[in-house]
Design a protein around this ligand. Structure first.
Ligand SMILES: Nc1nc2c(ncn2[C@@H]2O[C@H](COP(=O)(O)OP(=O)(O)OP(=O)(O)O)[C@@H](O)[C@H]2O)c(=O)[nH]1
Ligand SMILES: [Mg+2]
Length: 422
């Protein structure tokens, strides 16, 4: 089975917690703090892998977790970092947020490696918080807690030319004669059940062609097989509308052409805007000549028409040269833009500010404070002034002012206390 979609759940590893510990040794009754930092959690990483064609193996598993970081321990021992979880997917796989449908990642370039979810940073151990005035800090920070995300993976293949047409029009035959691909070919409709890709070479250059199952009237409404496969040609720069010119089995090539155009338009405007060529196939059959005349009248110069016979090879070479020329003139395809930055960690944006009457202090706490504080060294003056700037930007200072804080009042934050200076 060709699986081109998968819904999975991802979670990067939590950061390990920092440790509270004091150095102990014989004859040294009161050692300094030596609690180590927590290790960093592993990240969720995607790799665009040319050797993979389907998402079948991915779908087999439902939840993907990267390893958490270990907690820190005494004697300044840092916790072990968690290993990244690397997921190999076909080139052209797009990752979306299942909830919003927004694009999170596009694995567009072969061998490209991209981090989707970063592992949590380890929390600092108490050794990190020692200062000349605070020799025995009895606190440490927890590691960042990562969030679980439901995502949809979808293959949007990257080919230069897409073949569209009614079943039995000769799409797979065409692919087989211009490339080394060996798709199934048979004299009945719905032979192709999954996309086939082939590399066509002409004039010392090459390009990729995608052959998809035939589409029929109503395909955009889910009739037949074709609809869901149109996504494989969404990224192609050129569409070949392959028409069976024989008119056998009560078909009419002109009618097929109209319906085909209509189906593409109904699927998306984007498809219609692509460069399109009409390929009049099976011209080796005597009945085809009259039909070609009618078809050309219908098209009335709106598209270039290429009469060919995929079976005898007649007309195929000029078509390939025209395709190469068009590909070279068209702008290179671009990956989808990332539409959403998802929250990586728990409570990252939450904070609360209140006045504690009994102790006469203003208290600031919450996930946002932990995040900002976790990467701020209280002994580093520059870092601290940056921290203050951040507190203002996130609206925390504003909240304090709303509560009526005055110069000289005490603010408690992350087990630190400092004097408020506007
Ligand atoms: N006479 C003639 N027959 C052709 C030509 N091209 C394809 N055929 C025949 O048409 C039939 C269908 O060919 P396929 O290549 O399987 O058609 P398809 O468009 O891939 O069909 P689906 O996969 O079902 O959508 C086969 O019997 C082919 O041999 C041609 O140029 N001339
Ligand atoms: Mg086919």
């Amino acid at each position: 089975m060709f699986i081109d979609q998968a819904k999975i759940i991802l979670k990067a590893g939590n950061g390990g917690n920092g440790c509270v510990s004091f150095h102990r040794e014989k004859y040294v009754p009161k050692g300094g703090p030596d609690g180590g930092d927590g290790g960093n959690g592993g990240s969720i990483v995607f790799v665009a892998d040319n050797r993979i064609r389907t998402l079948q193996d991915i779908r087999f598993q439902r939840i993907y977790r990267a390893e958490p970081g270990d907690n820190g321990s005494g004697r300044n021992k840092k916790g072990k970092d968690g290993t990244d979880l690397v997921i190999h997917v076909p080139v052209g796989t797009v990752v979306r947020n299942e909830e919003t449908g927004k694009v999170l990642l596009d694995l567009f370039v072969p061998d490209e490696k991209k981090i989707l979810l970063r592992g949590g940073k380890g929390g600092w151990g108490n050794a990190h918080f020692a200062t000349p005035t605070r020799r025995a800090p009895d606190f440490a920070l927890d590691g960042e807690r990562t969030l679980e995300h439901h995502v949809i993976l979808e293959i949007k293949s990257i080919a230069d030319v897409g073949l569209v047409g009614f079943p039995n029009a000769g799409k797979s035959t065409f692919l087989s004669v211009v490339s080394a691909a060996t798709p199934k070919i048979a004299p009945y409709p719905f032979t192709t059940l999954q996309p086939n890709f082939g590399v066509a070479s002409v004039g010392g250059e090459s390009f990729v062609i995608a052959d998809i199952p035939g589409i029929i009237e109503g395909a955009h409404m889910g009739v037949g097989l074709g609809h869901s496969f149109l996504k494989h040609i969404e990224r192609t720069r050129i569409l070949l509308l392959i028409i069976d010119m024989t008119g056998f089995d009560g078909r009419d090539p002109v009618e097929d052409y109209r319906v085909l155009l209509n189906e593409l338009k109904s699927f998306s405007d984007e498809l219609t805007m692509k460069m399109q060529f009409v390929v009049a196939n099976k011209m080796d059959v005597p009945e085809a000549a009259d039909n070609l005349e009618r078809l050309e009248q219908e098209i009335a110069g709106n598209y270039e028409v290429f009469p060919i016979s995929a079976v005898t090879g007649q007309g195929v070479k000029p078509l390939l040269f025209r395709l190469l020329q068009a590909i070279q003139e068209l702008p290179a395809p671009e990956p989808f833009e990332v539409e959403e930055e998802i929250d990586q960690f728990e409570n990252e944006r939450e904070f609360s500010v209140y006045y504690d009457k009994t102790q006469d202090v203003y208290v600031v706490e919450g996930g946002l404070i932990n995040k900002l504080g976790r990467r701020t060294d209280p002994n580093d003056e520059k870092a601290m002034s940056y921290f203050q700037k951040e507190l203002r930007e996130y609206g925390i200072i504003g909240k304090l002012e709303e509560l009526g804080i005055q110069e000289g009042d005490t603010v408690q934050l992350l087990d630190m206390e400092f004097e408020y200076l506007p």
